[in-house]
Design a protein around this ligand. Structure first.
Ligand code: SAH
Ligand code: MG
Length: 278
């Protein structure tokens, strides 16, 4: 028996739900942000280096799409828990998450971070140097589908990946991470929920990236069928709105699933420019 809500077009339906929720608990996104403020004020120390990185990003005209302060701390903790020594990040922006990851490194560790936009990369290099990590972090400029093969050719290996670039290439990036990491490596992929757009075909792309929703849906389809990944995803709300991240451990199963044939890393993949809102 269809309910009143279920017979409405989905966009109207989610609009009604949103309005109902707002009636009941006030503006939910304001509350999420206030709780994030409370979490950060209570649990995290003052952080002049990250404050400065944000301010420099703003001054440089970078979009405000870094991970939040408490999400950055989660990345740092995950890297520590995993004992990561060599981290590869896709999507540097101004280096905010890069600094969080670099903080987790032991003596002799390294972060390589890939950024499409030369201006963003320049801001990031300055921020990373100001935070004291110039020697541990390498920023590489270009479309990730070009810089990833170069890393492979150099024989570079990594034990943790933070994928936070363009969503349309997400499943390709996961395949590259499996190749460059191998069994035991940890993959964190940001922005895999996008205000729930993944279950609403009518939704506007919340990341304002052409092909972003399709890219994330393809990721779910392929990752879910991939025996090499022990994986989950978690929804998040907070000062950065409603989104989520996926967390995967690469297992020692060697064979890729047959359906992933077209995500194999290949120099012939269409290269995609940076348009993302991640
Ligand atoms: N990780 C950052 C935020 C990254 S925002 C933080 O939390 O602080 C996403 C970044 O990915 C943007 O800077 C964008 O320019 C970059 N990007 C988009 N497409 C890309 C591509 N094809 N290759 C490399 N970087 C890309
Ligand atoms: Mg992100």
């Amino acid at each position: 028996m269809p309910t009143f809500l279920s017979i409405l077009p989905s966009r109207l339906r989610s609009g009604l739900r949103q309005r109902l929720a707002t009636r009941l608990i006030g503006d939910p996104s304001a509350r999420w942000a206030a709780v994030d403020d409370h979490i950060c004020a209570s649990l995290l120390p003052a952080d002049p280096a990250l404050d400065a990185a944000l301010a420099e990003g703003e001054a440089g005209g970078l979009p405000p799409i870094t991970v939040s302060r408490n999400q950055g701390k989660l990345l740092e903790l995950l890297a520590r828990i995993h004992g990561a020594r060599r981290i590869l990040e896709l999507g540097t922006l101004g280096g905010y998450s890069t600094i969080s990851l670099a903080r987790a490194l032991p003596e002799g560790g390294e972060v390589v971070t890939l950024e499409f936009d030369p201006h963003f990369a320049e801001v990031a290099r300055r921020n990373i140097a100001a935070a004291g990590f110039a020697d541990l972090v390498e920023v590489r400029v270009g479309p990730a589908l070009e810089t990833l093969p170069a890393l492979a050719e150099e024989g570079r290996r990594f034990d943790m990946f933070f994928i936070d670039a363009d969503n349309r290439n997400l499943s390709r990036y996961v395949e590259w991470a499996i190749q460059l990491g191998g069994p035991g490596s940890l993959i964190v992929a940001d922005n895999v929920v996008g205000e729930g757009a993944i279950v609403d075909p009518q939704a506007d792309d919340p990341w304002r990236e052409e092909g972003g929703i399709e890219g994330v849906l393809r990721f779910y389809e392929l990752a879910g069928a991939d025996p090499r990944l022990d994986i989950t995803a978690v929804q998040t709300v907070g000062s950065k709105g409603y989104d989520g991240f996926a967390l995967a451990l690469v297992t020692d199963l060697a064979a890729p699933p047959s359906s992933s044939a077209d995500t194999q890393p290949a120099a012939t993949e269409p290269l995609v420019s940076a348009t993302t809102d991640n």
